[in-house]
Design a protein around this ligand. Structure first.
Ligand SMILES: [Zn+2]
Length: 144
């Protein structure tokens, strides 16, 4: 039985890799990784390295996810809910992606599905309420 405090795991990860790579780790883990139920290889190697410091050996995807289920921008814990799946081609500009990553990385109001249609119309996502507020504010300013 390995027990680690989420705060300790987050701190260890952030101090080992720096804020930028930590942000990418957390965004992908709570985003795309949730659909495929596994870490990317680069995330596994980051996590392996940090586990040496922590003295843990956690390999279960859900357990790793639970440790890092927070917003690295706002510090709040993420909540989960069902959101509509948007199928089709998604043309997000690089500028929008940069804004999203720095201001509201966990807004997740919709789930971007592939360009072909599949049966699920809803998916469970993890989101940060403060990210959603930040995105609304940003969109309102943009529209003004
Ligand atoms: Zn947030």
């Amino acid at each position: 039985m390995y027990i680690v405090d989420p705060q300790a795991a987050r701190e260890a990860m952030r101090s080992a890799f720096g804020a930028e790579r930590y942000a990418k780790f957390v965004s992908e883990l709570n985003g795309r990784c949730q659909a495929k139920k596994r870490l990317f290889y680069w995330q596994e190697s980051m996590w392996d390295q940090v586990q040496k410091t922590l003295g843990t050996h956690i390999t279960d995807f859900e357990e790793v996810s639970n440790l890092f289920r927070h917003c690295h921008v706002h510090g709040s814990e993420l909540k989960s809910e069902l959101v509509p799946v948007l199928y089709g081609t998604h043309q997000l500009t690089g500028k929008y992606i940069d804004t999203m990553e720095s201001l509201f990385p966990h807004a997740n109001s919709v789930f971007l599905g592939p360009c072909w249609h599949e049966s699920p119309t809803e998916r469970k996502v993890f989101f940060c309420e403060l990210c959603r507020e930040a995105r609304e504010k940003w969109e309102a300013q943009r529209g003004a």
